[in-house]
Ligand binder design. Structure first.
Ligand code: XMP
Ligand code: MG
Length: 179
């Protein structure tokens, strides 16, 4: 698995330090608000679990799975809810936890859905951002790292469901795509 990685962009230690920093800031900003923290599956599951441990205010968690990619590395533009939330967001301060924002299509769809369901507020935290590829006008409220226009894997992110368990984030060697 390690042999398929061309370059490590951010090490495990760098990611952990950034997650701690984001958690500290969110703890201050969400003081007294009991947010509903929503993990966007599957990619955000590792970030979510590390992030909530770094947040010190009382919170609740829920999960949502959306699909826009299939086996490809390009967004299809079609977003589908594969697994919906278990609880209502009505009147809640919602914190969406994303792994990566690329075109922004997935997130803008999600924000729309949650606003239509009358969330009190919708805040977005993403660990990674690829602003160069944005097709909709959307900025995360909190972000970890800005990435170049490359397909990355690790720390929850996959290529064809592989590499999610790498503790760092890296770029795949081209031969992996061509298999
Ligand atoms: P959009 O384009 O809707 O995409 O902002 C967001 C979702 O696409 C996936 N994505 C990636 N997954 N490496 C991945 O493993 C990448 O470089 C990458 N770029 C986008 C991801 O699931 C994200 O939630
Ligand atoms: Mg994926």
């Amino acid at each position: 698995m390690q042999n398929d990685i061309k370059e490590v962009l951010y090490s495990e230690a760098q990611i952990q330090a950034k997650v701690k920093e984001l958690g500290d800031q969110l703890s201050v900003d969400f003081e007294g608000r009991n947010p509903l923290v929503i993990c966007v599956l599957k990619g955000a599951f590792i970030f979510m679990s590390d992030l909530v441990k770094a947040i010190s205010v009382p919170l609740e968690i829920d999960f949502m799975a959306v699909s826009s990619y299939g086996q490809s590395t390009q967004s299809s533009g079609v977003v589908k809810i594969m697994k919906d939330l278990d609880v209502s967001v009505e009147g809640r301060d919602v914190l969406i936890v994303e792994d990566i924002i690329d075109s922004g299509l997935t997130l803008s769809y999600l924000i729309d859905v949650l606003e239509h369901r009358n969330a009190k507020s919708v805040t977005v935290v993403t660990l990674f951002d690829k602003p160069a590829r944005r097709t909709v006008d959307l900025q995360p409220d909190y972000k970890g790292f800005t990435l170049p226009d490359e397909f990355v894997v690790g720390y929850g992110l996959d290529f064809a469901e592989k590499y999610r368990n790498l503790p760092y984030i890296g770029i795949l060697k081209p031969h992996v795509y061509e298999k």
